[in-house]
Ligand binder design. Structure first.
Ligand SMILES: NC(=O)c1ccc[n+]([C@@H]2O[C@H](COP(=O)([O-])OP(=O)(O)OC[C@H]3O[C@@H](n4cnc5c(N)ncnc54)[C@H](OP(=O)(O)O)[C@@H]3O)[C@@H](O)[C@H]2O)c1
Length: 245
């Protein structure tokens, strides 16, 4: 994809991977709108990158998703790229009172329902735009799950599956469908300190953006690159490694 001359709507762009991707789109000469729930994080991001356009939005809420797309397309009619990046990760012991369902289902709503709905809301607009694209941020855990994050891993497998179908269906429309498959990256995903063992976010973002710019459709980094290309036997081995068995 061409990283310049786009108007990008990027969910969860105020921190971590989203902010790193937003910075690279800006640097390449694109306009970037980021959204998230925390106003203070959005303001911090804008202080770092004054060209960012920010919008408070909880993508778990159907009405807020509809309003986000209405507002963004009305105010930025050249919007041509959606990046479904917002996500949460919960560590849950399924046999050990994991909590109430209303709380648990948020992970499914944010990680799967929201990106599917946002893509569907934006397809009619995107199909009228030049160099349109939808980029979904999945995970190496889409391919071999981490049992300590069972719902999270299932949501990322679902989003990977949806991305394949979306790419197939959108082929005649000219909308590119791309997938970024992160490995563990050093962000605050799941809470501060849980991903400090992960890859440095800037190294990861430089690599995946360069590969998207070079025309690849599905890009991983390090272990997630291995996972997305692995055989079933290799995935079984990865599962054992991740889950210490
Ligand atoms: N870091 C990793 O190891 C890793 C590995 C594989 C995949 N990923 C994926 O990469 C993506 C980015 O995660 P990250 O690692 O950069 O973690 P992060 O820093 O926690 O970023 C997640 C972002 O999503 C936003 N978000 C969460 N729920 C939202 C909601 N309901 N509405 C709007 N925004 C919401 C958060 O902002 P607010 O809280 O302010 O809303 C935050 O800015 C996620 O999809 C994650 O699953 C990360």
């Amino acid at each position: 994809m061409n990283l310049s001359n786009n108007t990008v709507l990027l969910t969860g762009g105020a921190s971590g991977i989203g902010l790193a991707l937003a910075a690279r789109f800006l640097q390449a000469g694109s306009q970037v709108i980021i959204c998230g729930r925390r106003a203070d994080k959005l303001a911090e991001a804008q202080q770092l990158y004054p060209a960012l356009i920010t919008r408070e939005c909880d993508v778990a809420n159907v009405a807020e998703r509809v309003e986000l797309v209405r507002w963004a397309t009305a105010n930025y009619p050249r919007l041509n790229v959606l990046v479904n990046n917002a996500g949460i990760q919960n560590r849950i012991q399924l046999a050990d009172s994991p909590g109430d369902w209303e709380t648990l289902r948020q992970e499914i709503t944010i990680n799967v329902e929201a990106p599917i709905h946002l893509a569907m809301l934006l397809i009619p607009h995107l199909r009228e735009q030049p160099q349109a694209a939808i980029i979904n941020v999945t995970s190496g855990l889409s391919f071999a799950p981490a049992a300590f994050a069972p719902i999270y891993s299932a949501t990322k497998a679902a989003l990977h599956s949806f991305t394949l179908s979306l790419r197939h269906q959108l082929q005649p429309t000219g909308i590119s469908v791309l997938e970024i498959v992160p490995p563990a990256v050093n962000t605050d995903l799941g809470g501060p300190g849980l991903h400090t063992f992960g890859a440095p976010v800037n190294e990861f973002a430089d690599s995946v953006m360069a590969r998207l710019a070079a025309g690849e459709h599905e890009v991983g980094f390090g272990t997630s690159e291995q996972a997305r290309l692995a055989s079933r036997a290799e995935l079984d081995e990865r599962f054992r490694l991740i889950n210490n068995r």
